[in-house]
Design a protein around this ligand. Structure first.
Ligand code: FAD
Length: 545
């Protein structure tokens, strides 16, 4: 079924008709990955997401497909190896939204890593993560470091490590994985909240799901149910009556965005801040984003906010290592706050907690997956689906093929691979600019849509002036975009990466969506107000939480 916002009711009805092998609750990267894996192994699978896809942590990460350097410090060698290999594989599958970028690790007298430890650590990292030859670490002298990054504090600088990280757009990655799952037969609906569990003989029997748009409730039954709700997993375990043993430990991580000209870095940098933690500063297009904080969180899971303290912590961190830039609160144009769904370990501080994923099996039958990283989502999905299949085999004697997502192309790039995508990008840049599109814009859209740029361009009738309208039409018809906020925050990344553009196109996006969906005046105004609230909240003036 087409992944259209207009098919949501049909999809929910199809889910209710029954015969689902697997129901996944939660449409972040974890839920999307499970749906992709399950559908590719022939399971009838459905996903319900209470907000928009990637509304939770999966749109609020540092947007790195990590080789996992920080895990080395925690001596989690297996994790470094797994995420390193995953990184290479994901880049092959989605080069339109994953891009290698050299990362600098400056070394200071008295810093977290000395020169020898950095060199050894990065060497081990290359070896464990299977890093390709041209991307292996280099050690830079003080002079080479300052030549590459003159803004760095000179005092106490000894040199730098230079290694590769991969940048992505987390919300788009989640969406591409979900689109791939749907193309393989999965059913997936956003704004569909699992509200109640029904039990029989202490076993989970059905899940009541409310469509947040129509208000209608659906009773879904499935052979197996997976709770992939990230920071919300304990809420669902509590609803299931099975919250016992290990629990989540939520920590908040904030990123802030400043114009690139105010922090004109030449490459991403991972550096020490005064309290001994390390943060990233990542230049991308017209902005540089900085993050992240890591503090215990006890507030409302649905709306973590960047506070003034969070903002000042990051600004101080930047000013400490790049003293000449003198960033002030006035420079901050946007930001976000996300929650890490980590597993509690007695006596450990937020930064010391493991990022490893874990599966909990409740006596009711509910399977919960907690912890983990964006980068490791495919392997996490494999482990969950293997468990589901073991259960189905035991109960019904059915057997399925092993995981093969490592061999399946992702939506948006198919089998092009990085080299093929480069050629595709060049050809499309020519086609779009020939018709008058600004070259920078053209490259942005080719990366955002990958192969789907063709479909959007066709809708625009090859006219750059119709491009925004075509994007909105495409988002509604092909990417289940329900609200204006879905489009401006997660489908395009405008709020985070292109705030000015976001404010500029807001009226046109509201009108286009109103026309496409036949909204009345009140709905249209509600939609505009919801986006205006998001614009306001992305500024760090909120109360402490
Ligand atoms: P989520 O993305 O939160 O998805 C869970 C979904 O469940 C939500 O969309 C929610 O709306 C839905 N839901 C909740 N309750 C219900 C219900 N009752 N019914 C239906 N749906 C429901 N990882 C990396 O690999 N690289 C990074 O650079 C990186 N940086 C990070 C930076 C920060 C600040 C944070 C917080 C995390 C970072 N991570 C990073 C980790 C990574 O982002 C997370 O591990 C990952 O996004 C978690 O995905 P998820 O699908 O499990 O959870």
């Amino acid at each position: 079924m087409q992944f259209s916002a207009h098919n949501r009711t049909q999809m929910l009805q199809e889910m209710e008709r029954g015969d689902l092998d697997l129901l996944v609750i939660g449409g972040g990267i974890t839920g999307a990955g499970i749906a992709w894996d399950a559908a590719s192994r022939g399971l009838k699978v459905a996903v319900v997401e209470k907000q928009d896809f990637a509304f939770g942590t999966s749109s609020r990460s540092t947007k790195l497909i990590h080789g996992g350097l920080r895990y080395l410090k925690q001596l989690e060698f297996g994790l470094v190896r797994e995420v390193g290999r995953e990184r290479a594989l994901l880049y092959e599958k989605a080069p339109h939204i994953i891009e290698p970028a050299p990362m600098m690790l400056p070394i200071y007298v008295g810093g977290t890593y000395g020169k020898f430890a950095s060199s050894l650590g990065l060497w081990m990292y290359d070896w464990l993560a299977g890093v390709k030859k041209e991307e292996r670490r280099k050690m830079l002298s003080r002079e080479e470091t300052l030549e590459k990054e003159p803004l760095l504090k000179h005092d106490g600088l000894k040199g730098a490590g230079y290694y590769f990280e991969y940048l992505t757009d987390d919300a788009r990655l989640t969406l591409e994985v979900m689109k791939t799952a749907v193309s393989l037969g999965a059913l997936a609906v956003n704004y569909a909240k699992a509200e109640e569990f029904e039990h029989e003989n202490q076993r989970l029997k059905a899940v009541k799901v409310r469509d947040q748009v129509s208000g209608k409730t659906y009773r879904l039954t499935a052979r197996e149910v997976v709770n992939a709700t990230g920071p919300w997993v304990d809420e669902l375990r509590r609803m299931d009556g099975s919250l016992s043993g290990k629990r989540l430990h939520l920590t908040k991580g904030v990123h802030l965005v400043v114009p690139h000209h105010r922090l004109p870095l030449r490459q991403p940098i991972y550096f020490d801040v005064p309290d001994g933690r390390m943060i990233f500063a990542i230049p991308r297009g017209d902005i540089t984003y900085v993050g992240t904080t890591d503090t215990d969180y006890y507030g409302d899971i649905d709306s973590p906010l960047m506070t003034v303290e969070d903002r000042d912590y990051l600004l101080n961190g930047v000013n400490h290592v790049f003293p000449s830039v003198k960033l002030s609160p006035k420079d901050v144009i946007s930001g976000n706050a996300g929650l890490r769904p980590l597993i509690h370990e007695e006596g450990k501080s937020p930064s010391e907690l493991s990022r490893k994923d874990e599966i909990f099996e409740s006596p009711t039958g509910l399977i919960t997956i907690a912890g983990g990283k964006l980068t490791g989502f495919r392997k996490m999905a494999e482990r969950v689906v293997d468990l589901v299949l073991r259960r189905l085999k035991k109960k019904e004697g059915r057997s399925f093929i092993p995981c093969r997502t490592d061999q399946i192309a992702l939506s948006g790039c198919k089998d092009l691979g990085p080299e093929g995508f480069k050629r595709f990008c060049e050809e499309w840049r020519r086609r779009l600019t020939e018709k008058g599109m600004d070259p920078k814009e053209a490259v942005r859209w080719i990366h955002l849509y990958g192969l789907d740029i063709e479909a959007v361009w066709e809708r625009a009738e090859e006219n750059p002036d119709r491009f925004l309208r075509a994007q909105v039409e495409h988002a509604v018809a092909e990417e289940m975009t329900v609200n204006v906020t879905d489009f401006l925050i997660r489908r395009t990344g405008d709020l985070f990466f292109y705030r000015e553009h976001c404010e500029r196109v807001l009226d046109d996006v509201v009108s286009a969506m109103a026309e496409i969906n036949g909204w009345d005046k009140e709905t249209t105004e509600r939609q505009r107000a919801a986006m205006e609230k998001e614009l306001k909240q992305s500024h760090p003036t909120a109360e402490k939480n």
